[in-house]
Ligand binder design. Structure first.
Ligand code: SF4
Length: 348
């Protein structure tokens, strides 16, 4: 049982079974989340006998660093190994004054699965197929290790790394509740964004959650024919069902959601797609995040030139849609989803 996957009350119950008083759970979690202890041995105000008992019953670390790549724009990408040897990626994206904004946001992008079954055509994560879901502890520990390695206080979470979060719904929500808990990271739910490939059932389920988590939907096409070429999931959940679920989310939560749109040269960057995207965004009160494609080795698609991206953005803005064109972060460290892991696995 990994401590980073447990709620305070669950840990208290487990400790009660070992004959420990209720306050012990808080004491232990302080060691984990405030003092960032890496082993039970370091928990010096617990007796040696208790530390030995804890080490028998629980584990503390779920991921460990294999390598870190630093981009010139200060983005850092971590390749982590899980206890079964699988590799996953986590990215720290600091707000960079002059590049994005002047605030002190430290965003961590976490993975939720090893590999991915969804096979989006622009993405490296799905190239070697799906292996397994991550546990809540493995998701939480990505943030924990990132804080420990960088000494930065993480205050923003995006669930946009390897895997589809709604295909691992229970563990992802458990991890987000732990990251939100005052006894763990205390990161506000409004500072968390879950990004989905468009799993309609997951969108509707998230709308019912009491936590005010933000939603981003990977659209990447504004019509079924264009989106279908890029995202196989469109066959299962076509645009009309997806947009209806987004409308439901927006109405239930009273919140704006984001459409993510990776611009791929001559595939989805046509002006006619921009007009259709604008109409859809207006319907569900979504803002649009345009991301120039990061070419992936082995996948043929290209990024449109900057002018083309700007024209696409202009069409949206003319239609009064809030549309940002992402400044490319981390391109020099294989920041596109799954690339670092793929490079490492194929090199070994
Ligand atoms: S974009 Fe996300 S859902 Fe699509 S293949 Fe990559 S990891 Fe999977």
């Amino acid at each position: 049982m990994n401590i980073k996957g447990l709620y305070l009350e669950e840990l208290a119950k487990q400790l009660a079974l070992l004959g420990e008083p209720a306050y012990r759970a808080e004491q232990l979690l302080q060691w984990v989340y405030v003092k960032q202890a890496e082993s039970f041995e370091q928990m010096s105000n617990l007796s040696a006998a208790l530390r030995a008992k804890l080490a028998e019953e629980f584990t503390l670390n779920a991921v460990s660093e294999v390598t870190t790549r630093h981009a010139t724009d200060t983005t850092e990408k971590f390749l982590f190994q899980l206890n079964d040897g699988s590799l996953i990626e986590t990215v720290l994206i600091p707000a960079t004054p002059g590049l994005t904004s002047t605030d002190d946001r430290q965003t961590v992008c976490v993975s939720t699965q090893v590999g991915c079954a969804f096979g989006c055509k622009f993405c490296a994560s799905g190239l070697d197929g799906f292996k397994r879901n991550l546990s809540a502890a493995e998701i939480v520990d990505q943030v924990w290790q990132t804080q420990k390695l960088t000494k930065e206080k993480v205050n923003n979470i995006v669930v946009m790394g390897m895997g589809e979060p709604f295909a691992n719904y229970e563990n992802v929500l458990r991890a987000l509740r732990i990251l939100n808990a005052p006894w763990a990271f205390g990161i506000g739910a409004r500072k968390m964004t879950v990004s989905t490939v468009g799993i309609v059932t997951g969108i509707r389920r998230l709308a019912e959650e009491p936590m005010q988590i933000r939603l981003a939907v990977s659209l990447h096409g504004a019509t079924d024919d264009v989106r279908g070429k890029i995202m196989p999931i469109n066959r299962k959940f076509p645009m009309n069902e997806l947009v209806a679920a987004c409308e439901y989310y927006a109405a239930t939560k009273g919140k704006m959601l984001t459409f993510e749109y990776i611009l791929i040269k001559d595939v989805n960057d046509m002006i006619e797609q921009a007009h259709k995207l604008a109409a859809m965004a207006r319907r569900v009160h979504a803002k649009v995040n345009l991301i120039p494609h990061n070419p992936v080795e082995g996948l043929g698609w290209q990024r449109p030139d900057r002018d083309r991206c700007k024209v696409f953005q202009h069409v949206l803005r003319q239609a009064a849609i809030s549309a940002t064109l992402r400044i490319d972060k981390g391109a020099d460290i294989a920041a596109a989803c799954g690339q670092l892991r793929l490079q490492c696995e194929r090199a070994t």
